[in-house]
Design a binder for this molecule. Structure first.
Ligand code: SF4
Ligand code: SF4
Length: 91
């Protein structure tokens, strides 16, 4: 699993520099073509070993924007008990 930025992202840039694995790119670099920021599932570690919660989701001002994700290609261990599509942090 990884985390995913959803289409309520307001492109505010608060998350990008918080990521310890440089897994976030801005809307101009989003490989899906959507006008929102993007998390690379192949390098996102869910911040395991770096933070108690995903640093991007803690920094994000948009409630529920960053969710747990089960995209193919996620190559890192996952936090227990998380459900794809659910917000990573409670506001
Ligand atoms: S959960 Fe952590 S590693 Fe994954 S994108 Fe967010 S800040 Fe980066
Ligand atoms: S902090 Fe949240 S709203 Fe801002 S760019 Fe990142 S995902 Fe989008």
């Amino acid at each position: 699993m990884a985390v995913k930025i959803t289409d309520i992202c307001i492109n505010c840039d608060a998350c990008l520099d918080e990521c310890p694995t440089e897994s976030i790119v801005d809307n101009d670099e989003n490989p899906t073509g959507e006008d929102i920021y993007y998390v690379n599932p192949e390098t996102c570690t869910e911040c395991i070993g770096d933070n108690d919660e995903p640093a991007c989701a803690e920094a994000c001002p948009t409630e529920g924007c960053i969710v747990w994700d089960a995209r193919e290609g996620a190559s890192h261990p996952t936090r227990d008990g998380m459900i794809a599509g659910e917000p990573c942090v409670e506001d």
